[in-house]
Design a binder for this molecule. Structure first.
Ligand SMILES: [Zn+2]
Length: 298
């Protein structure tokens, strides 16, 4: 992965991030994404930030944010700057909505989820609705195709027709995830987004939103999702990652194995700091090229 370049051609310093939702304890799948983003930042002498995606307050579990930070810290992963909380950023998201509305780049939509399964076909696009109780969608150019190069998954393309206009503000007046993540990455000057492949499909939407707001587009790398041995979604019982009673070095080595980094056996008894140093020095994201899922060993 190369370092991002600014419009002037000068290499921007690498800034990466990990953005968990405080809806429960950190699990193995999240630790894989956290460690990959941390390793990629450190391998580029970059900074690494943590952001709490606690926008959807009803889904947030009290104490989960602090528990996640404590777990990450136990694995030697700490934010280089104060942790950003989405719940403190409503004003910034509202400003972005007003900006897009003033530029006629978005519109109100009253379709309920049940009425519009699958790709949104643009039912409300030209209705000029004024209903206060409505969601907002970004208007994509009808014939647009969004291209991006993912450092792990390769070249990706998505047509506006296949994407559908993304929701940027929800009917309950909360910013939608797609808008919040774009605004936050820009506010934190993120140059490199390394995250789970479950977010690969929404990347094109985020690029479209960033473009509409004249914000820089970070470089992307989507690491494989951890699944059950048979490929099924990771079961809740396997998801939890309790710190107590678990051997942290062994878990770190396990996660490095999942990331195809071929950690040395002797690392399982090494101090956390030594494991991380080894992992930064030997970071080979190319070993994940094109891999979308990694099943846990049975
Ligand atoms: Zn609609």
């Amino acid at each position: 992965m190369r370092t991002g370049t600014s419009p002037g051609g000068v290499a921007a310093p690498y800034r990466g991030r990990f953005a968990p939702s405080p809806t429960g304890p950190l699990h193995t799948g999240s630790l894989v994404a956290a460690l990959a983003s941390w390793l990629d930042a450190r391998a580029h002498q970059g900074r690494w930030l943590i952001r709490m995606e606690d926008l959807d307050t009803p889904r947030c579990v009290p104490g989960a944010a602090d528990a996640i930070l404590a777990t990450l810290s136990g694995f030697g992963l700490e934010s280089d700057e104060p942790v950003m909380y989405q719940s403190a950023r409503h004003a910034a998201y509202s400003t972005a909505l007003r900006q897009l509305d003033a530029a006629h780049r978005c519109y109100r939509c009253t379709c309920s989820r049940g009425e519009s399964p699958g790709t949104y076909t643009g039912h409300c696009r030209d209705l000029n609705l004024q209903t206060p109780d409505a969601a907002w969608r970004l208007r994509l150019a009808a014939d647009a195709t969004i291209h991006f190069h993912d450092a792990i998954q390769g070249d990706c393309n998505a047509s506006a027709a296949a994407l559908g206009d993304p929701i940027i503000f929800r009917r309950d007046h909360l910013a939608a995830y797609q808008l919040a993540v774009v605004m936050d990455d820009a506010a934190q000057d993120i140059t490199h987004v390394v995250r789970g492949a479950d977010l690969l499909d929404s990347t094109a939407w985020q690029i479209a939103i960033a473009t509409a707001l004249s914000l820089p587009i970070p470089r992307y790398a989507h690491v494989p999702l951890v699944t059950e041995p048979g490929g099924a979604k990771l079961a809740k019982s396997r998801r939890s990652l309790p710190l107590h009673g678990r051997n942290i070095p062994a878990v770190l080595v396990e996660v490095l194995s999942l990331l195809q980094q071929r950690p040395l056996n002797e690392l399982t008894t090494a101090p956390v700091r030594d494991i991380l140093d080894w992992a930064v020095e030997n970071w080979r994201p190319d070993r994940l090229a094109g891999i979308r899922v990694i099943p846990l060993p049975s």
